[in-house]
Design a protein around this ligand. Structure first.
Ligand SMILES: *[C@@H]1O[C@H](CO)[C@@H](O)[C@H](O)[C@H]1NC(C)=O
Ligand SMILES: *[C@@H]1O[C@H](CO)[C@@H](O)[C@H](O)[C@H]1NC(C)=O
Ligand SMILES: *[C@@H]1O[C@H](CO)[C@@H](O)[C@H](O)[C@H]1NC(C)=O
Ligand SMILES: *[C@@H]1O[C@H](CO)[C@@H](O)[C@H](O)[C@H]1NC(C)=O
Ligand SMILES: *[C@@H]1O[C@H](CO)[C@@H](O)[C@H](O)[C@H]1NC(C)=O
Length: 381
């Protein structure tokens, strides 16, 4: 025993030292591994907050124009606003995993096989419109459609300027479709094709609208694609943006311009796009689907290109890919506060000189519109 102990004592002390040293190194190592994990943790907190509807504040910080509605004063500020928007774009995930909800429609390489269930063939028969409003909607959004009909979607918003309003739908269940048929008979402002009405089929909806214009309304000067939760100041759009452009001598396409956006490779993102579906590391510049406007002569171009461009369910990116295929560039709007992808706090004079504001409910559509009509004459031009 003593022999052993003597043999053991000295090395044991050293062993303890060794163990301590190795332990310390491990600790430092684990600490450094922990840092990224901790960042993920913060990201998670941000996500939870988004879910709790503190979202708007967080998002508005990145979206442009920011709260308070400051116009950019310098070129540097202009640029930094675009940079500030980037993190928002890269992190715009919501509502948990969607990847397992539906298969990718990208496997559909043919976007043309659908037929109209509800059509309005004669809207442009007698005269060609100045502007066609293509509004993506879903069956259960009747209150929003009603609000839009009474407000910014009113076709006689500008006397002497022909505007056509069309709501675009896919199909859901049969029961809801009967209500839609009734609504269509009443207002004649709905078109519908027989594809399933899902988020991942939004591109089909846009293509349907474009095909409608190409087929039944080819002479339209301008087309705008937007959504039901967007407030559109059609008066400003027509009078201040589009009228000065006419007659359109060339191709025109504008909206909230997204530059250098990257595909989301994270499977939990609502905007998840795997490499097999879109391999490039960047999207082309595209205009947010909340509202983009273009000259009627682009409709056929986009449809043409869509026969060659691989399907992508992000309709705004898809349209940009079609334009890229045709060698057409989008242009930034005359100023950065016209097209907004967030909800701009309401005041009559702010809304008097913007074109889109996003995240608007049906009662807000009405209140904002009425307040705007009542007060717009008091705003500085
Ligand atoms: C900021 O951008 C807008 C729109 O692109 C432009 O009209 C304006 O001149 C720019 N401001 C400066 C100071 O560069
Ligand atoms: C769709 O893809 C299949 C297989 O790659 C091909 O045979 C077919 O011609 C494509 N259809 C269209 C419309 O491009
Ligand atoms: C649309 O606007 C016209 C002219 O201002 C008005 O007479 C009409 O009642 C409006 N339509 C709806 C549905 O509000
Ligand atoms: C898109 O619509 C087609 C035709 O109705 C349907 O087969 C497909 O499942 C839909 N795709 C998605 C992703 O919902
Ligand atoms: C669409 O494509 C066809 C066939 O490639 C071509 O003849 C036509 O001019 C194109 N239309 C437009 C508007 O580019």
């Amino acid at each position: 025993m003593t022999h052993y102990r003597r043999f053991f004592t000295v090395p044991w002390k050293r062993s303890k030292m060794c163990i301590f040293l190795i332990g310390s190194i491990c600790f430092v190592g684990i600490y450094f591994i922990f840092i990224p994990v901790t960042f993920n943790y913060f990201a998670l907190i941000a996500k939870i907050k988004v879910k709790e509807n503190i979202a708007l504040n967080v998002m508005e910080r990145f979206a442009f124009p920011i709260k308070g509605y400051d116009k950019p004063q310098t070129a540097k500020e202009n640029r930094s606003n675009i940079f500030r928007f980037k993190p928002f774009l890269l992190n715009r995930k919501v509502e948990g995993p969607t990847a397992n909800v539906a298969p990718f429609a990208s496997e559909l390489n043919d976007t043309q096989p659908f037929r109209f269930l509800i059509n309005e063939r004669d809207l442009c028969k007698d005269s060609t419109p100045f502007l066609v409003l293509l509004i993506a909607t879903k069956a259960d959004e009747k209150p929003l459609r009603e609000a839009i009909r009474k407000t910014w979607g009113n076709e006689s918003v500008i006397p002497g300027t022909k505007v056509i309003r069309l709501f675009m739908l896919g199909v859901n269940d049969k029961e809801r479709n009967e209500a839609i048929l009734k609504e269509s008979n009443q207002y004649h402002d709905i078109i519908q094709q027989n594809f399933l009405d899902t988020y991942k089929n939004l591109t089909l909806k846009t293509i349907m609208g474009l095909k409608w214009v190409a087929t039944y309304c080819a002479g339209a000067n301008f087309v705008m694609k937007t959504d039901t939760d967007v407030f559109v100041n059609t008066e400003y759009l027509i009078q201040s943006l589009l009228r000065p452009l006419t007659p359109p001598s060339s191709y025109y396409f504008t909206g909230f311009l997204m530059r250098n956006a990257k595909p989301h490779r994270h499977i939990e993102s609502k905007w998840y796009v795997p490499k097999e579906v879109y391999s490039s590391e960047r999207y082309p510049d595209f205009c947010s689907g909340t509202g983009y406007v273009f000259s009627g002569n682009l409709v056929a171009k986009i449809i043409n290109a869509s026969l060659k461009v691989k399907f992508l369910y992000l309709e705004d990116v898809y349209v940009a890919l079609c334009l890229e295929q045709e060698g057409i560039n989008m242009v930034p709007p005359p100023n950065n506060y016209l097209f907004n992808i967030h909800k701009v706090p309401f005041s009559p004079c702010t809304y008097n000189s913007l074109i889109t504001s996003h995240g608007i409910q049906s009662h807000e559509q009405i209140i904002y519109w009425e307040e705007l009509q009542k007060n717009k004459h008091m705003c500085a031009k």
